[in-house]
Design a protein around this ligand. Structure first.
Ligand code: PMT
Length: 223
């Protein structure tokens, strides 16, 4: 029997990549498969939480018993998350959101012309940063996908986005990060604590993250 330690909580999880369209047939995206976020959503559901899964395009089967909101672009994910965040006790942002989108989306398929083509990009809204400014705000768990200086970069994101916890993964390591079933993570907290973890299945990492979320919620309740 699973532990129902998140009963009564509403947990919003984002998963997968975003796609930023250039024209009707092309987009800019990344290698996120959604596995990390889907594992978190399923684990939160098993622990008794009401779960909202905001998912970018993935091939994964949605876990049963949760509210699935499908989005494509970062701006759609922003809308989907911000309109639902107020009712949530926890938001976990495992999605790999595109920081930029093509400034212009061509209505028709772009034609091949010169040797080089320059694309102008516009900045997307940072969903986590906006969530961090809500008052009151849900418990916030971010992810940091890094290829260099993992801990410092993740600590900077934790502070800048006003998070409770950040899951740092060095996505250049084998068995970690995008589009694999395992991950190697380091959990960083507001008080400076760092918890380095071994390579493990994303399903196991999801359970571990939710154990910590449960503890943080308890501490918040006592504060
Ligand atoms: O989906 P999988 O194949 O299982 O891969 C899992 C993963 C590698 C995608 C996941 O473990 C991960 O690291 N997700 C975060 C990827 C990412 O976008 O990291 P970032 O360092 O660029 O962003 C930091 C945090 O801010 C993230 O929580 C991200 O969701 C959030 N963000 C980023 C940009 C933006 N515009 N809005 C955001 O909310």
């Amino acid at each position: 029997l699973s532990q129902q330690d998140l009963a009564g909580e509403t947990v919003l999880v984002t998963a997968g990549p975003t796609q930023e369209e250039l024209d009707p047939v092309r987009y800019i995206s990344n290698h996120s498969s959604g596995k990390m976020g889907y594992a978190l959503a399923q684990a939160a559901r098993h622990r008794g939480a009401k779960v909202i899964l905001v998912s970018g395009p993935t091939c994964l089967e949605p876990p049963p018993g949760l509210e699935l909101v499908r989005v494509v672009s970062a701006r759609q994910m922003y809308e989907a998350v911000m309109t639902r965040a107020e009712g949530c006790s926890v938001v976990i942002k495992a999605a790999a959101v595109a920081d930029y989108r093509p400034l212009l989306r061509n209505g028709d398929k772009l034609k091949k012309k010169d040797d080089n083509l320059t694309l102008e990009l516009a900045k997307n809204p940072d969903i986590l940063s906006q969530l961090g400014q809500l008052n009151p705000r849900p418990l916030l768990v971010g992810f940091a996908a890094e290829t260099t200086d993992l801990q410092n970069n993740a600590a900077a994101k934790l502070a800048a986005k006003n998070l409770d916890m950040i899951v740092a993964n060095d996505v250049s390591q084998e068995g970690a990060g995008f589009n694999v079933s395992t991950n190697i993570a380091r959990l960083l907290y507001r008080d400076g604590r760092v918890e380095p973890l071994e390579l493990m299945p994303k399903t196991r990492l999801a359970e571990l993250i939710l154990d910590r979320v449960g503890q943080l919620l308890q501490n918040k309740g006592r504060a």
